[in-house]
Design a protein around this ligand. Structure first.
Ligand code: ADP
Ligand code: ADP
Length: 237
């Protein structure tokens, strides 16, 4: 089943006299349960593409359709013509976001940071269960400052998946971490993809990460140059 269908998507940013074509006529389908990596140099349009998939940004032209799981209220969202209210519901219920920086609230414990999200989701995981899935059952009452960078990112992942989103979108999730810690974070994302069936897209410019993907989407100058299907997909190690 196709979850996302992007057709002829372009995005132009205007800043005064200057216009930037961040995406140029992008066509892309994402399938239920697959893990894709978006690979390309800085400025090639990866974040713009991810933000459009997540309903954080809208294309200048083209269409983006999202097929929600049958149990959801809406079968299909047309993200390009959805109302602000529908987009907010889409973001809240269907999408988990992970960014390079963890955006945890310093005055709240790990459990409380996750609970902020579960309070507004219709079918959430228990915060402790979400923290268990990322291997932090022994850190639930710790504050962000008492956790390592990798642990903070795992709390951010627990927060993202606690609403049981259909899709997990990760923008350079290991960008601020050393190699060994980053590997642990990727293992967690990989396990969530396999155990919960969460359709996952990860932005990186680290070609090594590509080995864990079902497909690697190569981008350059706002275009998808080619897509590699990974027949030898391996778990991150
Ligand atoms: P990547 O994630 O591959 O680094 P981006 O999607 O962030 O690429 O950016 C693609 C292009 O769009 C870049 O030239 C960038 O400077 C430009 N761009 C991205 N966001 C904005 C914005 N909010 N305003 C203006 N230009 C932007
Ligand atoms: P609202 O505040 O009306 O719920 P938002 O656009 O602020 O709508 O975001 C909805 C959801 O999108 C949030 O609950 C969060 O999961 C995710 N989100 C959006 N932007 C960010 C961000 N910068 N950091 C973390 N999560 C974000």
């Amino acid at each position: 089943t196709v979850v996302f269908e992007m057709t002829h998507v372009s995005k132009t940013y205007r800043m005064g006299e200057v216009t930037v074509e961040a995406l140029k006529d992008v066509n892309l389908n994402l399938r239920e349960g697959e893990l894709v990596v978006l690979l390309g140099p800085s400025g090639s349009g990866k974040s713009t593409l991810l933000n459009i998939l997540g309903g954080l940004d809208t294309p200048s032209s083209g269409k983006v359709r999202f097929r929600a799981r049958a149990a959801s209220r809406n079968e299909t969202y047309d993200l390009t013509s959805a109302s602000e209210a529908a987009l907010t519901r889409f973001r809240r219920e269907c999408v988990g976001f992970v960014f390079q920086f963890y955006n945890l609230i310093p005055s709240l414990t790990a459990r409380e940071n996750v609970a902020l999200v579960t309070e507004i989701a219709p079918h959430p995981l228990h915060p402790k269960a979400a923290l268990g899935l990322v291997g932090l059952e022994h850190r639930v009452d710790h504050f962000p400052a008492q956790l390592s960078g990798g642990e903070q990112q795992r709390v951010a992942i627990a927060r993202a998946i606690a609403k049981r989103p259909q899709v997990l979108l990760c923008d350079e999730p290991t960008g601020a971490l050393d190699y060994r810690t980053g590997k642990l974070v990727l293992q967690v994302i990989d396990r969530i993809n396999r155990e919960l069936g969460t359709t996952t897209a990860i932005i990186t410019h680290n070609a090594g990460i590509a080995a864990m993907a079902d497909r690697v989407i190569h981008m350059r100058s706002g275009e998808i140059t080619h897509i590699d299907v990974n027949t030898q997909k391996v778990q991150p190690d």
